[in-house]
Design a protein around this ligand. Structure first.
Ligand SMILES: Cc1ncc(COP(=O)(O)O)c(C=O)c1O
Length: 424
């Protein structure tokens, strides 16, 4: 039986840059003895315990690369904390900046990156989740009216809670919000500058930390799309004009999508050194140092040799072609009023099918034929008040794993199945 799986959100094995990664490990491990690092408090040997935020040299390389990419010179090494990827990054942020007692609500954009729900549960915030809808056809890209009314309902203005322990001061936010503002997973949307700026204003007013999973920023493969800067960059620039010490945003970024997920390297960028320092001294970092010490030096090597930019170009050309084939196939094989969001960057397209189609039955029948189409049901924010019934009409499709032939074949079978089952 054909197996065509539109769920898998990782790259096809054949497009992962295995040789470049192997060469970079070899260079890092064999081409230098890093003797000067032995007496350097800011940098450690690749096989030693790392410093809390990660090697200063690596953070400097990443911050220069990021500034270069956005053509905005606002990032510096002291605004970066290295991580073991975006997933670990969110867990680290919640462990550091929230407590179930002091943090009132956690807002999560819906449809959401489904695996994030459990990270909030682990942090003790599972009962405090409130879904905020993406709104593709209004003034703002998410429902900021609802967000503001919930902030007013549950919060106070002028709150600034600082706890103290032997590691120093610890800022706890009254609210946190999780979002994927660029090529969102699963919604396929990119939020405007206006939405980002308004979010930051609300965050400042109500003592809220914006946690942006900025994981697809560099996979912009449609030359027509311009992406606004990450919220943390907007925050870095205007943080100078306000008196708040910690800022209100973190860009939680990763090399999983632009090198390989198995590397487990990411970086967190905030608007203030105070917040970055706080993120870097969570208990596990204090005990074991930065979580991916060796691999962070490999990433720095790939940046410095220029290889990373070539790797990204290759990913973008592969994904651009796959997204095109997917969009064309949807037009060719699915009902005419099928709505498609995304396909200009990142991994995911969000598809809304006409109401007459029994989405659940079609998906079930497709699974019998070996075609996996993930129902929108899986992209709900946890909690019974948060359900949007995404499963009734929506699905998420990934272009990171399937070849163009598999994509066309899968959509063809999908279209045939819709016809076979008829309307509700
Ligand atoms: C929005 C989002 N965040 C996080 C991740 C996981 O990233 P990492 O491998 O860096 O943990 C993904 C992967 O699909 C994602 O789409």
């Amino acid at each position: 039986m054909t197996m065509i799986n539109f769920l898998k959100g990782h790259p096809t094995r054949t497009i992962i840059p295995v040789k470049e990664i192997a060469n970079a490990y070899s260079k890092v491990l064999l081409d230098s003895d890093y003797l000067s690092y032995d007496s350097d408090p800011n940098n450690q040997h690749p096989l030693a315990y790392g410093t809390d935020p990660g090697n200063l040299d690596v953070r400097t390389t990443i911050s220069n690369w990021v500034n270069d990419k956005y053509q905005i010179q606002s990032t510096s090494a002291d605004l970066i904390n290295l991580t073991a990827g975006a997933s670990y990054g969110v867990a680290n942020i919640l462990a550091s900046t929230t407590t179930p007692q002091l943090t009132k609500k956690a807002f999560v954009v819906t449809p959401t990156y489904f695996l994030i729900n459990s990270v909030f549960v682990d942090a003790g915030l599972g009962d405090d989740l409130i879904a905020i809808n993406e709104t593709s056809s209004s003034e703002y890209d998410i429902d900021l009216e609802k967000l503001e009314s919930e902030l007013q309902k549950f919060g106070k203005t002028g709150v600034d809670t600082i706890l103290k322990d032997p590691r120093g001061e610890r800022k706890i936010y009254q609210f946190v919000m999780y979002l994927v503002p660029t090529f969102s997973n699963p919604g396929g949307m990119t939020y405007s500058l206006k939405t980002r700026e308004k979010l930051l204003q609300l965050a400042r007013k109500y003592d809220m930390l914006l946690i942006s999973d900025d994981v697809y920023e560099f996979l912009n493969y449609a030359s027509t799309t311009t992406i606004p800067p990450p919220i943390s960059k907007i925050n870095q620039i205007d943080q100078k004009t306000v008196s708040n010490k910690y800022g209100n945003s973190i860009s939680n970024a990763t090399f999983s999508k632009i090198i390989a997920p198995g590397l487990r390297v990411g970086w967190q960028e905030s608007a203030t050194p105070a917040l970055v320092h706080q993120l870097s001294v969570t208990g596990a970092n204090k005990s074991g140092g930065t979580p991916s010490q060796l691999s962070t030096l490999v990433v720095a090597n790939l940046i410095e040799s220029g290889k990373l930019d070539t790797i990204i170009l290759n990913f973008k050309s592969v994904y651009a072609e796959r997204a095109q084939v997917l969009k064309k196939s949807i037009k060719k094989y699915l009902p005419a009023n099928t709505q498609v969001d995304g396909g200009d960057g990142g991994y995911f397209l969000w598809i809304k099918l006409p109401k007459e189609i029994d989405n659940h039955a079609v998906i079930e029948q497709l699974a019998q034929k070996g075609v996996v189409i993930p129902s929108g049901e899986g992209f709900e924010v946890l909690g019974s008040n948060n359900k949007q019934r995404w499963g009734d009409h929506c699905v998420r499709l990934s272009i990171s794993y399937l070849t163009t032939e598999e994509i066309e074949q899968g959509v063809k079978i999908w279209g045939e199945t819709i016809v076979e089952l008829g309307n509700k």
